[in-house]
Design a protein around this ligand. Structure first.
Ligand code: EPZ
Length: 421
């Protein structure tokens, strides 16, 4: 296993180019199952989760070719319908092939994703939506077995909770269904919006994109004619580097971003007393005399993203005062707290609310363990300001979602290196 060693108390400077969004690219790759043609997708992040999904496409009988940051995916030869345990256990987002495979082939089997480090994460809402569209679903020997012998039919689906993956799976299933599907209380995340736009450009009428009601006019089994496209920039990678600037109180410019997608994040940085300068595709953080504490409640887009909660907790350890973070989406997304305590942070947990006392501000480098993707990035951020060396173990979590983390950090002046245990 590999680990990162970071020597802290560095000042960062320069620019970071943000990669394509992992969480947009995953459903977009799954959506190619609905296509009759080869599709070229560019601005594709080079991260492990993307490679895992491409491996699944390959196992299902599709093909892909990589050329720099583009991939050409062709699923016309796809002839298998089972996402097996060996893949799903390494990446829950494999569930995203359920909707498109079921709507194209009339049946699909996906290993039931288990719990994970941030919570139980059931997929009941995905399954209920597909059942409302006429699917019959059984859980058998740890597999979701879905069949729709007469095809999927448009239906009205009311989600009782906003679900990103559930909305994406339903949109993909509805694209080839017979008739109109209405999704009420749909997710509005930019990643969901891009999926809808791409499917719309492939010939499916979708109304209400970017709102909480989506109306999808299915093609009744006719495969789609996709256009080539670029993946949107990764707002969470961008937010993480904005926090790298803030925690080290450095001037840093983040490029290849869509500032609109980051408003909840940049407004919290402003509340913490950082000046933020933006143009159409970049954001610059300007250092401050005093980092102020902040109160954060995570919520669905356009609210403050749960995927930025851990990074802001690291930042709050440097604030002059007491901050609070209220995690509302996942029941167990505070695994980073005990690791931050090992670095000397003063954090108290009460249920889903963390109180961070930033007054002392000093973190001391030591060995810490990454537990999930965003928790790991909080440890990297903390290590940038901790005195001495911090060794971050189990960094395979970081490799799942941050492209060339060491390269990008080294370019802006961080002292970071990767070693084998
Ligand atoms: C997506 O996960 C992201 N993953 C997550 O990013 C992100 O944290 C999350 O959305 C919330 O923004 C991808 O896009 C691949 P949800 P997803 O369904 O779709 C509950 C990262 O670090 N729920 O919106 O799985 C669920 O337990 C990852 O990049 C049900 O109860 O999230 C949670 O409490 C981690 N039943 C809430 O809804 C269901 O059937 C929101 O989950 C589905 C979800």
């Amino acid at each position: 296993m590999e680990y990162l060693k970071i020597t802290g108390e560095t000042n960062l400077s320069g620019e970071v180019k943000i990669s394509g969004a992992k969480n947009a690219a995953l459903p977009l790759i799954a959506s190619t199952i609905l296509a009759k043609n080869e599709i070229s997708i560019c601005n594709m992040p080079n991260v492990v989760d993307i490679n895992t999904l491409l491996k699944l496409i390959d196992k299902l009988g599709g093909t892909f070719k990589k050329e720099e940051d583009c991939i050409k995916v062709n699923t016309s030869s796809l002839n298998k319908t089972t996402a097996t345990y060996d893949i799903v256990k390494t990446m829950r987002a494999s569930i995203l092939v359920l909707g498109p495979i079921l709507s194209r082939f009339g049946h699909c089997e996906v290993s039931l994703p288990g719990g994970c480090a941030i919570g139980q994460r059931p997929v009941d809402l995905h399954l209920k939506a597909l059942e409302a569209m006429g699917a019959q679903i059984k859980i058998n020997h740890g597999y979701i077995e879905a069949t729709a012998p007469n095809g999927l039919k448009g239906a009205k689906i009311v989600f009782d909770k906003v679900t990103v993956g559930g909305t994406e799976n339903t949109v993909m299933a509805a694209a080839l269904a017979e008739g109109i599907t209405t999704i009420v209380n749909a997710a509005k995340e930019p990643e969901v919006q891009q999926l809808c736009e791409v499917i719309k450009n492939a010939g499916v009428l979708i109304e209400g994109i970017g709102t909480d009601t989506l109306i999808i006019h299915g093609t009744n089994g006719e495969l789609l004619d996709f256009k080539d496209f670029d993946v949107i920039p990764d707002r969470i990678e961008a937010g993480t580097y904005l926090c790298a600037a803030a925690i080290t109180n450095s001037k840093l410019k983040i490029t290849n971003v869509m500032p609109l997608h980051l408003e909840a994040v940049t407004s919290k940085l402003e509340e913490m007393n950082f000046e933020i300068i933006q143009d159409e595709t970049s954001i610059t953080v300007i250092p401050t005399d005093e980092i102020k504490p902040v109160n954060i409640v995570t919520s669905e887009y356009p609210g403050f993203p749960t995927d930025m909660q851990a990074q802001f907790m690291a930042l709050a350890t440097q604030a002059n005062g007491t901050s609070t973070i209220d995690e509302r989406l996942f029941e167990n997304r505070f695994m980073h707290v005990s690791e931050l305590l090992r670095l000397g942070a003063d954090i108290h947990l009460n249920g889903n609310i963390a109180t961070i006392n930033g007054a002392s501000g000093t973190l001391n480098g030591t060995d810490v363990m990454a537990t999930d993707l965003r928790a790991s990035s909080a440890l990297v951020l903390s290590a940038l300001v901790a005195n001495g060396e911090t060794a971050i173990h189990r960094i395979y979590h970081l490799d799942r979602g941050y492209e060339d983390l060491e390269g990008k950090l080294s370019n802006i002046g961080a002292k970071v290196a990767r070693f084998k245990e």
